[in-house]
Ligand binder design. Sequence first.
Ligand code: CAP
Ligand code: MG
Length: 429
Amino acid sequence: MKTDWYRDFVDLKYRPSSTDLVCLFRFEPSNVSRTEAAGRIASESSAGTWTTLSKLPRKIEGVMARSFEIMGNHVKVAYPLEIWEPGNVPQLLSGIAGNIFGMKALENLRLVDVSLPARYTSHFRGPEFGIEGLRRILKVRRRPITGAVAKPKIGWSAEEHARIAYETWVGGFDLVKDDENLTSASFNRFENRVRLCSRMRDRAEKETGLRKSALINITGETNTMVGRARFLHDHGFEYAMIDVVTVGFAALQTLREICHDYKMAIHAHRAMHAALDRNPEHGVSMLVLAKVCRMIGVDQIHVGTVLGKLVGSRKEIIDIRDGITRTRISSRRNEILKQNWGMTKATLPVSSGGLHPGIIPDVLKIMGNDIALLVSGGIHGHPSGTRAGATAAMQAINATMQNTPLREYATAHKELREALEKWGRLRPQ
Ligand code: CAP
Ligand code: MG
């Protein structure tokens, strides 16, 4: 007697419709055939269970996912749109990134990419501003947007923090950013920091004649974040920073609505992403996480640097960059699915982690100018201090945009010269 119906979820003749949501998985079966493994993935992530049932009405066929293309260890699965509740990211992930990752029949499983149909993405706002809008806020036309995190990560008082912010701004940077693990500490209360930074921002804007802003971390319990976003808005800040993986996508969706009401942009820090995506054989790729964040509507998100201190290959980072900035993406066998973002705005990629003036030209060569560069240790570690460090990084950007080698530019620019003397073209590990 047939005891399971996994193979009913494999249909190699099926061609997905324009409303199907399609996932690309890489899988390694442990004790079953490839075909059965592919069936199990589609089954457990849609309508199936481990055994045949005494009652299985015909209509269930309409809610079953189908593994429709098996290519070695890769499989494409098509999901009917009807099974996804409009505007519910946690529900989507409970399906396509849920129980399937714990199946004994699989040694490893990787959700490589998801193709989100227009009828699904249309229930989300997408970014409020997009890259163009962010550039308008800061009045920065062509060059990369620049920012720095106060370092050490935590320990400064709110007063000291605001002072570091001021030095960063007058050194030439557009943004200062909180670190991912700084929210509200006894020694640096969120409200104090916001108040003091807003005063320093006004002063820096007056002195430089340029727009300055901050990415202040509101991460916390959802209602706390709502209050903090309002507090930032009341102090004239255009952004709220959220650690999007640790707060969870439900909370991010709530905050996206709040930020819409306040016309604020969301800066997405991705702390904890590597717990999900670092093992290339298993887990959820950063590309998927970043696409989900674009769909919900973060305006900027960390994507990596290629050359800095944190993991991320060039190919992976370029694919993420394209996935969050382009309107149309074509499929690439076993690597990328096609995607049409329609009216969804672009999310600005943020490169951060171990950057300093000496490697800025290489990063820009890979990433292009439509990025935010966060240079933190790489300015606060400058021999002449934070302000000179920010100036040196801006000089490195100017040199790169003029196609002038850094060494040559440094002869007339002392800050850059000092930075190069300390770090050269070091690639931090
Ligand atoms: C960078 C950073 C960022 C990481 C995040 C840090 O500091 O503030 O959080 O870049 O990684 O804490 O390491 P430095 P990613 O500039 O001093 O290295 O962008 O890869 O998500
Ligand atoms: Mg950090």
